[in-house]
Design a protein around this ligand. Structure first.
Ligand SMILES: [Zn+2]
Length: 134
């Protein structure tokens, strides 16, 4: 079974497939619960609401991939992967930079995201693709 269909984070993937970033927030204490789980990591509540968030973030960390591995033939080498920290809730999300060979990102640099997809083998995985904010 595809974990994107039935895992605790399934609404995240379903949102991305519609071009939206949805994140779980505790209905009791308003904590952003990411990675997604069935209980709030702050208060233990099971009441979650999925809220749409803007794709605005800053670079928390990044890496450049120079060598091909496991079914990533759809990506031009080298490519840059970032851990982006959302501006308004400090949730950190993985994604890749839109330019296949951008200048090195700077920690804290502002990013704007959009939803695209990454072809991995026979699978098309919804992916957040980040660009430098103008
Ligand atoms: Zn809570």
């Amino acid at each position: 079974m595809n974990h994107r269909l039935d895992g605790a984070d399934a609404p995240y993937w379903q949102g991305l497939e519609r071009g939206l970033l949805l994140l779980p927030r505790c209905r009791t204490c308003a904590h952003w619960c990411w990675p997604a789980g069935h209980r709030c990591s702050a208060c233990g509540s099971t009441g979650m609401v999925w809220e749409e968030r803007p794709l605005r973030a800053k670079v928390y960390s990044w890496t450049r991939t120079w060598h091909r591995f496991g079914y990533t033939e759809s990506l031009d080498l080298p490519y840059v992967t970032v851990v982006a920290e959302l501006e308004d809730c400090a949730v950190r999300l993985m994604g890749r930079m839109d330019d296949p060979a951008p200048a090195n990102p700077r920690i804290g640099e502002a990013l704007i995201g959009r939803v695209d997809e990454t072809v991995v083998g026979q699978d098309r995985i919804p992916t957040i693709v980040w660009s430098r904010a103008a």
